[in-house]
Design a protein around this ligand. Structure first.
Ligand SMILES: Nc1ncnc2c1ncn2[C@@H]1O[C@H](COP(=O)(O)OP(=O)(O)O)[C@@H](O)[C@H]1O
Ligand SMILES: N[C@@H](CCC(=O)OP(=O)(O)O)C(=O)O
Length: 374
């Protein structure tokens, strides 16, 4: 069945729009005020139709380069954090002034990975964003780059935007980049053609994805955008990917760029994150009975079914659950530190409660914090 783009976009009452660094800044670093102005005009027009808008904006690091005298994006994390610290303020100020011209108030929301993975933080982020929208504010979201270290980073705003779309129960995610859609190969390669619609994973089988564009400003390239589209569509949210120049047309429902049709249904955000955006910091090998319990019966993982532990992690970290042959069957948030587990393996919860106390009766990975990967 062909989706009527115009109907789909016009019906979307809550829209998350993500814009990449390369669409906001000059190649030499620094915000391009004219591009910010055009983007804000497009978003204000969408608001004018009654839609609520959440903007996920990259560009903090790029915006901080010129003021710090950096000619290119630094590789060192500390320098990136410093650039983000300088650039985020400039970016937020630019947006605030531009939206104010349309009588719209903006609110800055800087998220870290924990804000979508940890239950209490997730609730917080959800409530803040819901309240901002209720008050008619346009939330402007970015990763909190200044405090995020490499272990606890989203690393790219495409996936962050997909998780935010899920967090705010958006009807549509629009990814604006410096390329006008998904091509079957890097657009610089002669003969590459645009895919107007992606309906399922099969449509991606013949696509070759290259790295970020030649500007040296963007980070993820097409891979992170397609990953973001997978996360969002798998959670029931359609995605339009196009260029910032075509943003107005895309939000008016024109057939521009690439539409990724929704494939799945809404799932808990932590499960989306576990499945798509993180990797295990360690692994737990399960015996055959525990694999059956977790995979077929949807049970929590108890100490009795674990035969070995590797890696260095603390309670709350993601770990991979392996079958006896080493294949990954699931990923989950573990509720013990790595060094606590060896003493518990193979023992029943009753035995652990009796010898170590009631705190040791708990599951190693609770079923709500677990996602199957096959
Ligand atoms: N198959 C493809 N289709 C479209 N663009 C691609 C493809 N493979 C690689 N790219 C590149 O991805 C770039 C967009 O990624 P990136 O620079 O990270 O953008 P942004 O800053 O918007 O996040 C495009 O400029 C394009 O050159
Ligand atoms: N959070 C970073 C952006 C990271 C990122 O994903 O950048 P991009 O590929 O341009 O969307 C920043 O504001 O500089």
């Amino acid at each position: 069945m062909t989706t009527d783009r115009s109907t789909l976009v016009r019906a979307a009452r809550r829209i998350v729009v993500k814009v990449g660094s390369s669409s906001l800044t000059t190649a030499s670093g620094g915000i391009d005020p004219a591009r910010v102005r055009r983007l804000v005009e497009v978003l204000a027009a969408a608001r004018g139709t009654g839609a609520e808008v959440v903007l996920v904006s990259s560009g903090a690091i790029a915006a901080g380069l010129a003021p710090l005298g950096f000619s290119t994006r630094p590789r060192a994390l500390a320098a990136q954090q410093a650039a983000a610290s300088v650039g985020q303020g400039l970016l937020a100020h630019r947006y605030q002034e531009e939206f104010a011209r349309h009588g719209i108030v903006t609110g800055q929301v800087l998220l870290t990975l924990d804000d979508v993975v940890r239950r209490a933080h997730y609730r917080n982020a959800h409530q803040t964003l819901a309240k901002l929208l209720e008050l008619g504010v346009v939330p402007i979201v970015n990763e909190n780059d200044t405090v995020a270290t490499s272990e606890i980073r989203f690393g790219d705003n495409d996936r962050l935007a997909a998780l935010v779309a899920h967090l705010v129960h958006a009807d549509l995610l629009v990814l604006l980049s410096d390329v006008d859609g998904l091509y079957d190969g890097p657009p610089s390669r002669p003969g590459s053609t645009l895919l107007p619609v992606v309906r399922s994973e099969d449509d991606l089988a013949s696509v070759t994805m290259g790295a970020a564009g030649s500007s040296g400003i963007g980070t993820g390239g097409m891979t992170t955008k397609v990953d973001a589209a997978r996360i969002a569509t798998g959670a029931g949210i359609p995605v339009v990917l196009t260029s910032a120049e075509q943003g107005a047309a895309a939000l008016a429902g024109a057939e521009v760029g690439t539409l990724f049709e929704a494939t799945g249904k809404r799932r808990p955000t932590r499960q989306l994150w576990l499945a798509h955006a993180t990797s295990g910091l360690g692994s737990l090998t399960l015996d055959a009975g525990a694999v059956r319990a977790v995979v077929s019966r949807g049970a929590s993982l108890l100490p009795a079914g674990i035969t070995s532990v590797t890696g260095s992690f603390v309670a709350g970290d993601p770990v991979d659950l392996l079958d006896p042959d080493g294949g990954v069957v699931a990923r989950g948030l573990v509720s013990f530190d790595a060094d606590e587990l060896p003493a518990l393996l193979g023992r029943s919860t009753g035995d652990l409660k009796e010898s170590l106390g009631a705190a040791y009766e708990r599951e190693v990975v609770h079923r709500d914090d677990l996602v199957l990967l096959r």
